[in-house]
Design a protein around this ligand. Structure first.
Ligand code: 2BA
Length: 109
């Protein structure tokens, strides 16, 4: 068995959960915050049998679209008056960040 720790944008989360569940995958949703944007995102824990791993990844890929978004840099540059001012940067968000882990044991007690 594998565990997919999948970070997605809030906008994509509900559709992804529905798509996964309709194909029989078990999903746990966690409300999380990205370290860079400091904005809410969603992390899904998805336990899958190894032979279904590619199917799950295919669904994630299909549902989660990447997009460009303006963000305020958390590493401000020094302004003219010697003050630190945040500056806007364009980042690509969305898609999905997926960690695939081996599951040593899966128990329901
Ligand atoms: P955030 O940390 O809020 O990052 C949001 C997006 O900002 C990132 O999208 C990336 O496009 C951009 N970004 C992140 N760090 C940056 C930097 N130092 N300079 C410029 N742009 C930067 P993704 O890479 O798709 O990541 C989406 C979310 O997935 C992240 O939200 C974070 O919550 C999680 N994530 C990504 N890589 C991770 C990792 N190695 N470990 C744990 N969580 C991770």
């Amino acid at each position: 068995m594998k565990l997919l720790i999948t970070v997605v944008q809030d906008e994509d989360a509900q559709k992804l959960i529905s798509s996964l569940m309709s194909e029989g995958f078990g999903v746990t949703k966690l409300a999380t915050t990205g370290g860079f944007l400091k904005a809410g995102n969603t992390t899904l824990l998805i336990g899958v049998d190894e032979e279904k791993l590619d199917d799950a990844i295919h669904i994630i890929e299909k549902v989660c679209k990447s997009r460009r978004q303006m963000a305020t840099s958390p590493s401000p540059v020094a302004g003219a008056a010697g003050m630190y001012v945040p500056y806007p940067v364009e980042v690509t968000v969305g898609g999905a960040t997926v960690f695939v882990l081996d599951v040593e044991k899966f128990l329901k007690l």
